[in-house]
Ligand binder design. Structure first.
Ligand SMILES: Cc1cc2nc3c(=O)[nH]c(=O)nc-3n(C[C@H](O)[C@H](O)[C@H](O)COP(=O)(O)OP(=O)(O)OC[C@H]3O[C@@H](n4cnc5c(N)ncnc54)[C@H](O)[C@@H]3O)c2cc1C
Ligand code: FES
Length: 273
């Protein structure tokens, strides 16, 4: 079930910022012009990107493609500003450029036709599911999203599924919005309603991904997770992003590059810490 191979080779180019939409807190939506990413990126794929306004040698950082608009030749990222790379991108003004390589990595694989796709997102992990919801909607498939954060301010994309026919359940640790508690508890409650065959898809913090994997194992349902390691190159050369994976029939885990062989893996194959 691991995702299928990337269809379009990555293209490296300087990309002008087309639009910037500040959200609450440290979150921002950024739209860049990059025709190849706009035409070819699939849900779960990412770009390595760095603002050209930064003169110090920080490396490009990985960000999931959240939305594409092939007619405009542009794609959108959902950024949480956490450090120098995301800060410099968020500070770009319209027309200023970033260096961008993409689309990269292996995308999510759609579930079989009779199955519902259940997205489980933590924080900025919601980004690839906006694109996935659009892809599945176009293919006439059913999807449902569970979106969790520490507090209501972490759930900045609650309206992203409007019009996509993807029901959304929110959860916050402090109960300030939606279900009080972990997002995986809300997913477990959904599975208790015996919704028929489902595939789980996880993107978010490691602890949440591990919880998704455990839930999938206990309930006997397939799951794909998008892992979130440090990435230096995005091309399989620096080996900074390796994760231990044990595929069926293998005696020992082997290290796989999340940038080229992931970031999406079958949850059963990931060796969790
Ligand atoms: C495949 C992939 C897709 C990603 N997609 C997105 C996305 O759509 N939106 C988004 O905002 N981010 C995304 N990230 C995470 C993003 O690449 C990192 O947060 C990146 O390090 C930010 O760079 P920076 O220079 O701003 O911060 P850094 O200097 O790299 O980090 C600053 C601080 O934040 C902490 N930090 C860095 N990364 C994380 C993390 N992942 N979780 C918790 N703390 C962290 C560091 O420990 C450090 O203290 C993705 C990562 C991967 C691997
Ligand atoms: S990020 Fe360099 S090998 Fe994956």
């Amino acid at each position: 079930m691991p995702a299928s191979s990337t269809h379009r080779p990555p293209v490296n180019r300087d990309v002008p910022l087309v639009r910037r939409q500040a959200l609450e807190g440290p979150y921002v939506l950024l739209t860049f012009r990059h025709p190849e990413v706009a035409a070819g990126a699939r849900a779960g794929q990412f770009v390595m990107i760095k603002a050209n306004t930064v003169s110090d040698p920080i490396l490009r950082r990985p960000f999931s493609v959240m939305r594409v608009d092939p007619s405009e030749g542009a794609f959108t990222l959902f950024l949480k500003i956490v450090g120098p790379g995301s800060h410099a991108l968020a500070e770009l003004r319209t027309g200023e450029e970033a260096g961008c390589l993409g689309p990269l990595g292996q995308p999510f694989t759609a579930p079989p036709e009779d199955q519902e796709a259940v997205f489980v997102a933590g924080g900025y992990g919601i980004a690839p599911f906006v694109l996935f919801g659009e892809e599945l909607g176009r293919a006439g498939r059913r999807a449902r999203a569970f979106y969790g954060g520490r507090t209501a301010a972490d759930l900045q994309l609650c309206d992203a599924f409007d019009g996509l026919g993807v029901p959304l359940v929110c959860a916050t640790d402090d109960g300030s919005f939606g279900h009080r508690g972990r997002v995986t508890e809300a997913v477990a409650a959904h599975l208790d309603t015996r919704p028929g065959p489902v595939t789980l898809y996880g993107c978010g913090p490691d602890a949440m991904l591990h919880a998704v994997a455990r839930l999938a194992e206990r309930r006997g349902v397939p799951a794909q997770v998008s892992v979130d390691p440090w990435m230096g190159c995005g091309l399989g050369t620096c080996l900074g992003c390796v994760v231990p994976i044990r595929r069926p029939g293998e005696a020992r885990p082997k290290y796989h590059c999340a940038c080229t062989e992931g970031p999406v893996f079958d949850a059963r194959d990931v060796v969790w810490p």
